[in-house]
Write a protein that binds this ligand. Sequence first.
Ligand code: ADP
Ligand code: MG
Ligand code: MG
Length: 256
Amino acid sequence: MSTLEIRDLKVSVKLPEGQLKPILDGVNLTVGSGQTHAIMGPNGSGKSTLAYSIAGHPKYEITSGSVTLDGEDVLAMSVDERARAGLFLAMQYPVEVPGVSVANFLRTAKTAIDGTAPKLRTWGGELRGAMERLQMDPAFAQRNVNEGFSGGEKKRHEIVQLELLKPKIAILDETDSGLDVDALRVVSEGVNRVRDTGDTGLLLITHYTRILRYIKPDFVHVFVAGRIVEQGGPELADKLEAEGYERYAAGAGSAR
Ligand code: ADP
Ligand code: MG
Ligand code: MG
């Protein structure tokens, strides 16, 4: 059992001119392994900032608060250390990795996280199996990471990583964006397989409710203007689908 604890997290983005623009305004959230949390909110409310802050992106400055994984200070860790500690951040490898194939990338990541190389005898089968379950062409393993990947291929690659790396806590930011309905179903089934192991805590960040028709969250958090303004169970997602975010905007100010 693992727990990610976010306490009173305040974060500013570093603007090119050097000023800080406050975005997160005191976020409190606890995610346990085996739980699925959805963070839902309008565009520009700071959802990705939350994900990037936990990932350790250098553009964001933590101005107060804490993030711990099983009591360990995540904010003091390097990006690599965060991954080794068991945090999976889907946006961690958004860039092309020239000359590194998907197969090599996954093996290197698995080795880094486990501390030992996966057994050659079983690894190939695991990789093929994970790709097959996500309905990916086996030839995909030989392509360079993210080079010319379509939106759907990027997301499938994310979920293959998730299945193979078996993190304690995974944060998926807008995993549903840009997917057609078939890809959304395949990707959601992958997320549900990870969820059903009971070993991984999932934080799904999304603007739209549609992915939550496939992945049932245990908890829904409404995120507006840099903070959580309402929490509930899966029924809260249905309410958001019907009513949108407008009713939060009046009290919360700037959120679009
Ligand atoms: P969301 O993911 O909810 O759409 P973001 O976290 O991407 O929200 O953005 C939150 C706010 O922070 C927005 O107003 C956005 O314009 C601003 N912001 C985020 N990153 C930067 C940046 N690098 N430079 C300037 N403003 C930024
Ligand atoms: Mg956005
Ligand atoms: Mg975002």
